[in-house]
Design a protein around this ligand. Structure first.
Ligand code: ADP
Ligand code: MG
Length: 624
């Protein structure tokens, strides 16, 4: 008799069943969903035949509207119509305030880490708004495919930090989707272009969308894409082109109000018309403008390509800074780039193409639709991940944008994983206790390039308890940093002799802005020398603390070994060190430690004798 077959947990009992999977490009401006049908990735359209879904959500008292209808209502209901919500994903209220002026909606005041936008339907978080976009894509896909989705892959900008990635995953969960993994958009694009099938070499992916800019330097090596470096700006995109045009129109039309005073309606209309003019200028030399003003009048005029080019010069130039930085991080020259892939609707702007061609000294690849290129690859990846295809098709590696490390004594940072390390990655390092009998250890994970904790970004803290009581420096605590394929960090600590363990998944309340990342990188270079001095001072201060700590413990146990005069001499030296250890005289602290050592020499010797006698008590000398 044949043996009964049992399927693996979570696997289908029908081996031939085709599981439905989809790839989602959750864009700042537009979102798309694609799926592999009969072996080919295809964009799934809505019932009206439209492929892109504007990433806009409108809240009314009794229903939530997503997409085109929400977008067209934006001008008349600006406060309840939320667009570009991706800019706020995983961000705190302070980060959002720094993002700048174009924020028609109101944020609920409060100290909650997750900001909430005021709407007539109540306060909503960016995660909830994104979940509405995802729900809409989900039902579009299920209508098109005729069944429910087993799993999805969602793409994110390569520059998204931990909090932003986590927020994206949470939005997927909230929408009832099984998020198989997150995939970096530029990496997906390079694969969609089939560059993985071409000869080995270095590729740049330039992605300029509506609200984000990403540059990735990828190396194809032995059939695997390795992301050598990424850089970008999560607050730069086609929206900014619209904005400079809108300001230009205001000037031309004699609207004198400052941006703060202008009505939300007027600003929305201006942005909409500016965007239309911009898109026209990708194919024409001039665009007509007919603007409806708040006072009921109209303003007509036209915007030429030349004027438009002038207006956006600085913005386009601004994208080249991260390009330069990415090349530097990758340690290569622009001339070594084999191909440049263009992604995102804004790469249709002629000046963008020209400047990119100049920068990389070659014509960029533009023949695949820059809007759909990312979601197509995500669909293929999802298809592999649900098990419809063998898994060796894709192997995509990414890098972490900033170093990850731990706080050590004295407020110093010990780097565990350095920036631009490819992920997934796990690195372990051993640490020890600072005090005799220390039974707990506070573990503080940080992100940044600087030497001092105060100059880096705190990611999370936890405490390892139940360390067996030992003398300082005897315990061996292995701390492991692990960054998974989605770029999420978990930190675990384990005391090696007892196996006691503790850990956290790092989910910071909100992440860093690009400006902060850039500032942190710049600071780390500028302050390299200061940092070394500061580090030496802190190390000396920590050493002083350690010496004083040990002395106090010894005096408490064996103070009786000293006469009053001897005790006084030690106390004087200890007090002097204690005073100096808070100051910043490196040399003086060092000297005071040496002095205290000298003053305590005799005491240390007597203690040693004492402990040898104690150890010998009850034993036969021959035993030793
Ligand atoms: P995201 O990935 O941020 O959602 P997309 O890749 O969909 O963005 O790009 C959206 C941006 O591309 C918008 O700013 C839009 O105005 C711009 N865009 C789309 N088509 C064109 C075009 N033909 N010319 C210039 N810009 C365009
Ligand atoms: Mg995009």
């Amino acid at each position: 008799m044949a043996l009964l077959q049992i399927s693996e947990p979570g696997q289908s009992t029908n081996p031939h069943e085709h599981r439905l999977a989809a790839g989602i490009d959750l864009g700042t401006t537009n979102s798309l969903i694609a799926s592999v049908k009969s072996g080919k990735a295809e964009i799934l359209n809505d019932e009206q035949g439209s492929d892109t879904l504007p990433s806009v959500v409108r809240y009314t008292a009794n229903k939530i509207i997503v997409g085109t209808d929400a977008k067209s209502a934006a001008a008349k209901d600006p406060l309840n119509t939320i667009s570009s919500v991706k800019r706020y994903m995983g961000r705190g209220l302070t980060d959002i305030k720094e993002l700048g002026g174009r924020r028609p909606y109101e944020f609920a005041e409060g100290d909650s880490a997750v900001p909430r936008i005021r709407t007539v339907a109540g306060d909503v978080s960016p995660i909830e708004v994104s979940a509405e976009i995802l729900k809409s894509l989900k039902s579009r896909a299920e209508a098109a495919l005729g069944d429910s989705l087993t799993g999805v892959v969602i793409t994110v900008p390569a520059y998204f930090d931990d909090a932003q990635r986590q927020a994206t995953k949470d939005a997927g969960k909230l929408a009832g989707l099984n998020v198989l993994r997150l995939l970096n958009e530029p990496t997906a694009a390079a694969v969609a272009y089939g560059l993985d099938k071409k000869a080995e070499g270095v590729i740049a992916v330039y992605d300029l969308g509506g609200g984000t800019f990403d540059i990735s330097i990828l190396r194809l090596h032995k059939g695997v894409f390795e992301v050598m470096a990424t850089a970008g700006d999560t607050t730069l995109g086609g929206d900014d082109f619209d904005y400079v045009i809108a300001k230009w129109i205001m000037q031309q039309a004699g609207i004198n109000e400052t941006e703060k005073d202008i009505s939300h309606h007027q600003m929305r209309r201006l942005m909409r018309d500016a965007c239309a003019a911009k898109e026209t200028l990708s194919n024409m030399d001039s665009a007509e403008l007919n603007i409806e003003l708040d006072d009921g009048s109209n303003w007509s005029g036209h915007l030429t390509l030349d004027v438009f080019n002038e207006l956006i010069t600085l913005l386009v130039q601004k994208t080249l800074l991260p390009c330069r930085r990415a090349l530097r991080d990758a340690g290569i020259d622009a001339s070594e780039i084999k191909s440049v892939v263009m992604v995102g609707g804004s790469t249709r702007v002629p000046q963008v193409r020209d400047k990119v061609a100049d920068f990389f000294q070659q014509q960029p690849l533009t023949d695949i639709n820059p809007d759909t290129v990312v979601s197509m690859c995500a669909a293929i990846q999802a298809d592999v991940l649900v098990g419809n295809k063998s898994g060796d098709d894709l192997l995509l590696l990414d890098v972490i944008p900033l170093s990850l490390g731990l706080e050590t004594m004295g407020g110093l940072v010990e780097k565990v994983i350095s920036r631009n390390t490819t992920i997934p990655v796990a690195r372990a390092q051993d640490f020890t206790t600072f005090k005799d009998g220390q039974t707990a250890m506070s573990i503080h994970a940080l992100q940044g390039e600087r030497e001092l904790v105060s100059d880096c970004r705190s990611l999370g803290r936890f405490t390892l308890h139940d360390i067996p009581s030992m003398v300082a420096g005897a315990a061996r605590i292995r701390i492991t940093f692990q960054v998974d394929a989605d770029g999420l960090l978990s930190v675990t600590a384990r005391e090696e002799t007892t196996g006691v363990e503790s850990g956290i998944e790092v989910k910071p309340s909100y992440g860093l802005t690009d400006t902060e990342i850039e500032t942190m990188l710049r600071d780390s270079i500028e302050h390299a020398e200061d940092d070394v001095t500061a580090r030496m001072l802190r190390e000396q201060q920590v050493e002083a603390e350690r010496v004083l700590e040990a002395l106090q413990a010894a005096l408490a146990d064996d103070g009786g070994l000293l006469n009053a005069a001897e005790r006084k001499q030690i106390d004087v030296a200890a007090n002097k060190l204690s005073e100096l250890s808070n100051g910043n005289e490196l040399r003086a602290i060092k000297d005071a430690i040496t002095e205290l050592d000298k003053a305590a020499t005799e005491f240390v010797a007597r203690r040693m004798d004492g402990s040898i006698k104690k150890a010998l008590a009850g034993h036969n000398v021959n035993e030793f």
